[in-house]
Design a protein around this ligand. Sequence first.
Ligand SMILES: [Zn+2]
Length: 336
Amino acid sequence: MTKLVMESTDCLLCGSSNREEAETLHWKGEDLIYAICRECGLKYMSRRPTAAWYAQFYRDEFWQESRLQKRSYDPGSTTKSTMAWQEDGLSSDELEKRVTRSRKRQIWRAQRIWRITEKFFELGPESTVLEIGAGWGKFLELVMKETGCRAAAVEPSEMARQYMSETLGVSLAARSFEEIGGLDDFKGKTDLVVCSHVLENTIDPIDNLRNIRNLLSQQGIVYIDTCNLYYNNAINPYHPYVFCPETLRSILLAAGLEPVYMEHEGHPARVSRISDIQKAKYLAVVARKGPSKKMIDRPEMVVSMAQEKGKILMSRGRKLHALKKIVKRLFPFAAR
Ligand SMILES: [Zn+2]
């Protein structure tokens, strides 16, 4: 276990230091502090590990050593007693189980990405697809099979890199998000960039999105998905940010990306069907190159949703999740 190197920061989106502290996480002997910006509503870690520290963590420790044991979804409440992480090394059996579970989850994610993105492009053998944080490469495997395109991955984990290159024949473009600025072979030529559950893990999502923009071809698109703060307050040591629809949109615009499609449910009161739950829990966005704009959507609404209404919203979300579990138990063959 490597000792944490910490730093403090203001809001990345608007630069303000005017913030309300939300939760504190204890991890590896340090306090990680989440705050909500009072000016724009961005939820971010105002005290966090440095980018360099995270880079070595994802390279050497993420899959092998660290595992989320419990999590809590109560915004504003103290999470000291309900959050814990297993930080001892996993046995090889446990690691194998964890990897198998993670591959299964990635197959489901791959199908979702395909469903959302396929109407925005026509990919063929001449097309290039790049996935950042490709994990076990399940989306790249699917898109290669469906379109015959060239597929490349950015992935830090040695275990995952080996699997993709030896088992799937995916080429390995880089190790980290921060390296994609130097991918000259992909600049202006990439037809689809996929970034699934990765943006919230980075220290500077605006800079990283600008680098993605430079990779896109004229008609190229980027697909991003991430947890939705209003339903899924995914605070954990790996997430320097938790986005909601408004702050994700603002981050994209600041980086010169124009959202052309966003899948989410705006308010939990609208989520009444089981099938809507996944849409609400996770934001999915498709964006194209656009002009760079500073725009913050309805900041007062965002801040109040994130701070005050959070508990009511989460409670409704939890009830729906519980209902989903019961339905699954009663009708195990029912589709997701
Ligand atoms: Zn802000």
